[in-house]
Design a protein around this ligand. Structure first.
Ligand code: 6GU
Length: 258
């Protein structure tokens, strides 16, 4: 059982995870639990205020350290009471370490994870210094708050829990898990808008199909995400398939067909 605790002003947003699809089933089956903590419950005043104006001026509001610290500590102490020895505590922000599959897999090895989702212009830096182990970003763009990032992280971790995905293979056959993009998929009808499904997929020759798929996956990665390919050490078969793809693609570039 994985334990996720999220500190957020909008706890209901997390229902998007627990109410739909694979993540819903995983939670219902006891693979993980998710608890939300609202810093307003720790504000200590009748207005339940958690934010104030930034020192030095400027637009917007900043989340105050104390209600956040109390909420984060309550989250960690809950995890401790469930037997989680050490709960990594992360703050979700565009200033953080970029999330990738390797980072997801690292987080997935821990029993618990506490996440702080900020709103407004951010949180008081002293709260980060005192309570946060690391900042995590889900990409180079700005979100209105950390909640969607928290859900992205939980979803990506939950899919890596053994038993969560129905097919024993699908977690490992996927894009990025091996550091390359997915191959293209097709389903019925066999011809759609004058476009036929690649013949090899109808051949029933599983070795050939596997080979074609790997070639497509490598070729797409080469074309679309050369940065990913650079990080990989291709084996002899993969290098040969990519060469084949490049040769085919060279034809495409010349003729505009294929
Ligand atoms: Cl983790 N939080 C916010 N608010 N915006 C982001 C982000 C996180 N990652 C990318 N943009």
């Amino acid at each position: 059982m994985k334990r996720f605790d999220v500190v957020t002003l909008f706890p209901e947003m997390l229902n998007a995870l627990t109410e739909y699809g694979i993540t819903r089933r995983a939670r219902d089956s006891g693979f993980f639990e998710l608890v939300a903590w609202n810093p307003r419950d720790f504000s200590g005043n009748a207005y339940r205020s958690v934010d104030d104006r930034p020192y030095g001026g400027g637009p917007g509001m900043v989340m105050m350290a104390d209600p956040l610290a109390k909420a984060v500590r309550a989250a960690r102490s809950r995890q401790k009471s469930c037997g989680v020895a050490r709960s990594r505590t992360v703050y979700l922000s565009p200033q953080g370490k970029p999330l990738d599959q390797a980072f997801v897999d690292e987080l997935a090895r821990d029993e618990g994870l506490v996440m702080l989702a900020g709103r407004y212009e951010g949180v008081d830096e002293r709260l980060i210094e005192l309570e946060i182990d690391e900042e995590v970003s889900i990409g180079d763009y700005v979100l209105s708050g950390g909640e969607l990032a928290a859900m992205v992280i939980i979803d990506s971790i939950v899919r890596r829990i053994p038993g969560v995905l129905n097919d024993a293979c699908s977690a490992t056959q996927e894009s990025f898990v091996d550091g390359i993009l997915d191959y293209p998929q097709y389903t019925r009808p066999e011809v759609y808008a004058d476009r036929a499904v690649p013949q090899v997929l109808l051949s029933g020759n599983h070795a050939e199909i596997q080979r074609w798929r790997l070639k497509q996956a490598l070729g797409r990665t080469w074309r679309r995400r050369p940065d990913l390919l650079e990080k990989l050490k291709l084996d002899a078969e993969q290098a040969e398939l990519l060469e084949e793809y490049r040769a085919d693609y060279g034809e495409t570039e010349k003729t505009g067909v294929k």
